[in-house]
Design a protein around this ligand. Structure first.
Ligand SMILES: Nc1nc(=O)c2c([nH]1)NC[C@@H]1CN(c3ccc(C(=O)N[C@@H](CCC(=O)O)C(=O)O)cc3)CN21
Ligand SMILES: CC(C)C(=O)C(=O)O
Length: 296
């Protein structure tokens, strides 16, 4: 195996010697490989880190996809960053379908994983399957993510039986925030750590293609990534896991007052957008916009 392609716009010819990957010949002669669970597994096996960001809309998803992101997560964090709710609980399956459809229209290469939202799967595996089928059929998701371990295994299994790739999510699981009461680091104590490890094994055994670990000690992230053969994607789970995920608004510096230790901001878009807005407002007020050449 050689290299796994990164950019849509450049001419890196990527030859993947194993497996049966979909190749798309673009007009620019760029060869794309659509990212699938098989590609992610190959990345783990060859020690290539997996990159994942959230996306909720067409315009941002297109930029991320063309810039070479491997996985786009249509996260239920849309409840927070798109809709302004305090928690992820209020977002509905219909909202998740809308966001997923928007992302799907933009993406050529990345794998699109959508969260099953709170209330659309817990406790009833038939409801989980019905919700999952809507996201695959109506929205075009490539895979689904569900929060939890043992307690949702039946749902995970039923989805996988139906041919839907499932990503697990352990550690800090925001849909259970009212059970835990805070967003503190999880599994610091031995008992919770060993429960997390056994849940990770159970998810892998049920057929999950990958697991997200959120806000846990780096040593535990390392332990899980080494013990499991499937790719482990971390958010606040240290550097030894197989890939990293961040919420796009955090990574781009759009979100305000969110500064957990695990976050690295690659831009300060909040102030850049605010400055651009002030400049626009003052130009219009001062009748500097539009200028002669900007009118008909
Ligand atoms: N903008 C955004 N980014 C996220 O990463 C994110 C969401 N929203 N919404 C859904 C979940 C919630 N997540 C969270 C929420 C809080 C912390 C956190 O560390 N909060 C506090 C510490 C709280 C405490 O220690 O009690 C912090 O330091 O900001 C981490 C992940 C991750 N997800
Ligand atoms: C924080 C990530 C992993 C997530 O689940 C979301 O964005 O909803």
């Amino acid at each position: 195996m050689t290299n796994i392609l990164r950019r849509g716009s450049c001419n890196i010819a990527v030859l993947y010697s194993e497996g049966t990957l979909t190749k798309i010949q673009m007009s620019t002669q760029t060869v794309f490989h659509k990212i699938t669970s098989k590609v992610l597994q190959d990345m783990k096996n060859s020690n290539e880190k997996i990159t994942m960001l959230t996306a909720y809309d067409f315009s941002m998803a297109r930029i991320f996809d063309e810039a070479g992101i491997d996985v786009l997560l249509v996260g239920d964090s849309a409840a927070n960053v798109m809709a302004g709710y305090e928690t992820t609980l209020p977002i509905t399956l219909d909202h998740m379908i809308y966001h997923t459809q928007s992302v799907v229209r933009a993406v050529k290469r990345a794998m699109i994983v959508t969260d099953l939202p709170f209330g659309s799967y817990q406790g009833d595996s038939k409801q989980a399957l019905a919700s999952g089928i809507r996201l695959m059929k109506e929205a075009g998701a490539h895979a689904l993510k569900l929060e939890g371990g043992e307690e949702i295994l039946e749902s995970v299994y039923r989805l996988i039986q139906a041919g839907i790739p499932v990503m697990g999510h352990l550690g800090l699981t925001p849909q259970s925030i009212f059970k835990f009461g805070s967003y503190t680091v999880r599994a610091k104590e031995e008992q919770e750590a060993s429960a997390l490890i056994s849940n990770a094994h159970a998810l892998q055994d049920a057929g999950c293609f990958s697991i997200v670990l959120e806000k846990i000690p780096a040593v535990l992230g390392k332990k899980v990534a080494e013990a499991l053969h499937i790719p482990i994607i971390g958010i606040g789970a240290g550097k030894h896991v197989d890939g990293q995920v961040l919420v796009m608004h955090d990574m781009l510096g759009i979100s305000k007052d969110f500064a957990p230790r695990f976050l690295r901001r690659y831009l300060d878009l909040y102030s850049q957008i605010a400055n651009a807005t002030t400049a626009y407002v003052s130009d219009v007020k001062a009748q500097k916009f539009p200028a002669e050449k900007e009118q008909y």
